[in-house]
Design a binder for this molecule. Structure first.
Ligand code: SF4
Length: 486
């Protein structure tokens, strides 16, 4: 049987599968389905190019922005689509973000393109729990009757039974992808303390850690195929996985030439807990610079924290930010601090008032005034996803009530916190190495280092794309910097 995996990309609180990241869903399915036929991997970009551009890659003139809708191509797919007997569509965005060089597919976009294909169709991935590419909206309500099945495969969610076999078989998927990928590695599922109102992770999975040796084995298998960029990112908290220190040591020992080893989500509660400092030190020692502990603080307003059962009290977050700065602020060879905290803030949660913004601003100002560094502040509007507490208890009440303030709130954080913070992290004249150029916007080229939430650098001329440069910082923007190639 000819099986085609169509990756429309995934973004969840615990797990990123938007290029340059390669998520777990296509990889595991690639392993699983090999026993049932000949499996091919294609992307939503391939599908768009085929249907909307007759297979011809558009040229970006000096007036244009690179079309990121057709950026992550594998190869022409006409024949692959003709041969396909089973099409598995992987889709689902639960925490929409801004993506520099990719645009995830939505159901509204994908269904019209595939509905007439003469093959069996399955929809899977986070979308089976709802999907929404735009923050501040309810989940997509597109007719999915063109799919023969809408289902989860047994190993995607739930226990790790059998996962290892498919994870290892799936590594050869990388041979179908011409560009570099950051391999998002799964270390655990579910959440051991959280019931946050907006989050789907506890709904999808019971808390469970993946075995350390199995994680190492998967990293080694990708490394053997030439992959050198990894993020141990699919988990709700890196500090509470089975053996964080042992895992990092083993990966380093068995993959000595790894270029990027980063983590993602961290629960501040476990940074301040016993052993938190030891784990922090190990992350600084064994991971690569530019690493970020993404703290899901969501709000510094105690009312919002309580109403939404958020996992972290503001004073705990403050303490954890201090600990990570103490050990991680030193710079590594590529010019970035080794390990810094990042903060996620969500607008539209239950109990939000004008005071919420005051609490957030005061806390962020305190962090800045203490001389600490935050690598990035992610601000998004809540997506109301089915079966969450946010949907059942508050719906979009607070989103609607406060929407008129969001631009102002966000802008104040960007101007008063992000801007001076970036001056602290990458001052004028600072050198950043290994900046990979990705897109053009008119005469400007945008690039970033490879890794977790890298800083976007605008180079004010056109330089060839998909190459690494050393850049000297010339100016700070609100969330990015400009630089010149040296
Ligand atoms: S701590 Fe909250 S946001 Fe994080 S995974 Fe758990 S429930 Fe979700």
């Amino acid at each position: 049987m000819h099986i085609t995996l169509l990756d429309c990309y995934t973004d969840e609180p615990a797990g990123l599968g938007v290029p340059p990241y390669l998520g777990t869903y296509p990889r595991y399915l690639y392993g699983l389905l090999q026993s049932q036929g000949d499996v091919r991997y294609i992307t939503i970009d391939d599908l768009r190019l085929h249907f909307h551009y007759h297979g011809k890659v558009p040229v970006t003139t000096v007036k244009d922005t690179t079309d990121i809708r057709v950026y992550n191509l594998t190869r022409p797919i006409k024949k692959i689509l003709e041969d396909t007997e089973l099409l598995v569509v992987i889709l689902g965005v639960h925490v929409p973000g801004k993506y520099l060089s990719a645009l995830p597919g939505t159901l509204r976009e994908v269904v019209p393109m595939i509905k007439d294909l003469k093959c069996k169709k399955i929809l899977t991935g986070p979308a089976i729990f709802g999907t929404q590419l735009e923050g501040g909206k309810s989940y997509e309500k597109t007719d999915v009757s063109c799919f023969d099945e809408v289902k989860q495969f047994g190993f995607e969610f739930g226990p790790f039974d059998k996962l290892q076999e498919y994870a290892l078989k799936g590594v050869s998927i990388i041979k179908e992808i011409p560009d570099y990928r950051i391999i998002e590695i799964e270390t655990g599922r579910g959440c051991n303390i959280g019931h946050c109102s907006f989050c789907t992770e506890p709904i999808k999975n019971k808390f469970l850690n993946r075995k350390t040796d199995e994680i190492v084995e998967e990293v080694k298998a990708y490394y053997a195929l030439g992959c050198v960029y990894f993020r141990l990112g699919k988990q709700s908290d890196f500090y509470s996985i089975e053996d964080p220190i042992g895992l990092l040591k083993k990966i380093r020992a068995s993959c000595p030439d790894i270029k990027v080893l980063h983590i993602d989500n961290v629960n501040p509660v476990f940074v301040v807990a016993k052993n938190g400092v030891e784990i922090t030190k190990a992350i600084v020692q064994y991971c690569t610079e530019g690493n970020i502990a993404a703290f899901g603080v969501e709000s510094f307003d105690p009312v919002v924290v309580k109403e939404n059962m958020l996992n972290c009290q503001p004073h705990v977050a403050m303490k954890a930010i201090g600990i990570i700065n103490t050990y991680g602020a030193e710079r590594g060879p590529n010019g970035m601090p080794k390990f810094l905290p990042g903060i996620n803030i969500i607008f539209g949660l239950g109990g939000e008032t004008k005071k919420t913004h005051e609490y957030n601003m005061n806390a962020l100002k305190e962090i800045y005034d203490k001389g600490l560094m935050l690598r990035r502040i992610n601000i998004r509007q809540a997506s109301i996803l089915p079966n969450t507490l946010l949907a059942s208890k508050f719906g979009s009440k607070f989103l609607h009530k406060n929407k008129k303030y969001y631009w102002k709130w966000r802008n104040e954080i960007r101007q008063k916190i992000d801007f001076p913070m970036l001056e602290r992290i990458t001052p004028k004249g600072h050198i950043l190495k290994d900046v990979f150029t990705e897109i053009y916007d008119g005469k400007t080229t945008f690039g970033r280092q490879v890794g977790t939430y890298p800083l976007v650098v605008g180079i004010e001329k056109r330089v060839p794309l998909r190459k690494f440069y050393t850049v000297k910082i010339t100016k700070q923007m609100l969330r990015s910097v400009t630089g010149e190639v040296v």
